[in-house]
Design a protein. Structure first.
Length: 437
């Protein structure tokens, strides 16, 4: 595959992911907009913090997607289709166990969450309303991770994008319906996610088994599925990604916590700006996701030239797109902020710090792309170690910078976190190339 065709292939695979990923942050944006226009800041604060808590919980299990992508892509490269089925079933088993544990221990998770944040009595009530519904979406949301990881690993990005898009669009529609028609406010937003995740899981689990049957006759061999050597390998890969993911989600929850320590208005404003930042992240992740499958395939097929082309050209595409996003946010940030809240004091805080959402997309684009490369290669130890270093530096920087610069120091610390992630992963890049040499 030439350098030119590598760019074309990455872009072609990224287009459906781009549109699907574009919808994902709009779920949070719509939820924020619904709560931010109810003339009560407690709705917005409770939803912001509760959503951050569940992001940390579910993103901590991001290995269900990322681990699936790398292993499936490499099995696809070596034409081992029966193993692809076994990988999928093993990870669905993990989803069942994790979901049951989250539901069983929900009371303790709730209490720990409340102990982290200083909330008013009214905000605590709305937080509880959201939490008590959203926790039951665990199985649906985590299963979607596995299904999308499977199809990305097979380089069927259109299918994975349809799944993500269906989940996100139905989430928005159900949230609008429950909030505007039934006046369920915070509960309506949580219920919208619960219903849409359940519906998406039911539909696409059936589709997945139907599609896999085209590759090879489905064989539910318990001994092969629960092969101890394979499970140990999955556990090692997934555990490293789990540590990496929980640290990543901690970083964003810590960002929310520090904003809350300044004021409830600040955490609400930062949530709006962070939602716009996450919008750019999901757009740029389209290149990372498509790269994961190609990197895994190139390693499985021992194609060093393809691997080097994909790495180089994915960075070109990602950085170029990030610059375009920066320009859009530079001219349009006031419009986005006004659309998301009509509370004057929160709008004013957003306007004061809006320049950070202009800067961050380009800064963060490099670490997102490195993530895709290392996930596709299943180099999870490096992902874990890089994240440990990055979060450590982030915490240290935030301690000093917030004391000196307030909320600006918080955003500067987040920017340093993105830069450190990219630099630490760049340091480990040689290990991927040496696997093929």
């Amino acid at each position: 595959m030439s350098s030119k065709s590598s760019i074309q292939n990455i872009f072609k695979l990224s287009i459906p992911i781009f549109f699907a990923n574009l919808v994902i942050p709009f779920v949070a944006i719509v939820d924020t907009g619904l709560m931010g226009n109810l003339d009560n800041a407690s709705y917005l604060v409770a939803t912001s913090i509760a959503a951050s808590v569940f992001s940390m919980i579910f993103w901590s299990f991001g290995f269900l997607r990322m681990g699936t992508v790398g292993m499936v892509a490499q099995a696809h490269g070596s034409k081992d289709y029966q193993e692809i089925i076994n990988i999928f079933l093993r990870n669905i088993f993990f989803v069942i166990v994790i979901s049951l544990l989250l539901i069983i221990f929900q009371r303790y998770i709730f209490q720990i969450s409340l102990s982290i944040f200083e909330l008013s009595l009214e905000t605590k009530k709305y937080f509880k309303d959201y939490f008590n519904l959203r926790i039951y979406s665990s199985f649906g949301e985590l299963t979607i991770f596995v299904i999308t990881g499977l199809f990305i690993g097979l380089q069927k990005t259109k299918t994975s994008s349809i799944i993500v898009g269906f989940f996100s669009i139905t989430n928005i529609l159900f949230s609008l319906f429950f909030v505007l028609y039934f006046n369920l406010n915070v509960q309506g937003v949580a219920l919208g996610t619960l219903v849409s995740s359940s519906l998406t899981t039911i539909i696409f689990l059936f589709y997945t088994f139907f599609d896999l049957n085209k590759f090879v006759q489905l064989e539910f061999n318990i001994q092969k599925i629960f092969n101890l050597t394979k499970i140990k390998n999955i556990f090692n890969i997934n555990f490293n990604i789990f540590i990496r993911s929980i640290l990543l989600t901690f970083a964003f929850l810590y960002f929310t916590y520090l904003g809350n320590s300044i004021s409830e208005e600040t955490v609400a404003a930062n949530t709006i700006l962070l939602n716009l930042t996450m919008l750019s992240a999901f757009i740029l992740d389209a290149y990372a996701f498509s790269t994961e499958g190609i990197v895994g395939y190139s390693i499985g097929s021992k194609n060093l030239r393809l691997l080097k082309d994909v790495v180089k050209n994915s960075f070109i595409l990602s950085a170029s797109t990030a610059l375009l996003i920066c320009v859009i946010f530079f001219f349009g940030n006031h419009f986005f902020i006004i659309a998301m809240t009509d509370i004057p004091e929160i709008r004013d805080i957003c306007f004061s710090y809006a320049y950070w959402i202009v800067i961050i997309p380009f800064i963060s684009s490099f670490c997102f792309q490195f993530d895709g490369i290392f996930v596709g290669a299943s180099q999870t130890t490096e992902l874990r170690n890089a994240m440990i270093v990055s979060v450590g530096i982030y915490i240290i920087c935030s301690f000093f910078l917030i004391a000196s610069f307030g909320n600006n120091g918080l955003w500067l610390s987040l920017s340093i976190f993105f830069i450190t992630r990219a630099l630490t992963l760049f340091y480990f890049m040689g290990r991927i190339y040496r696997r093929i040499l």
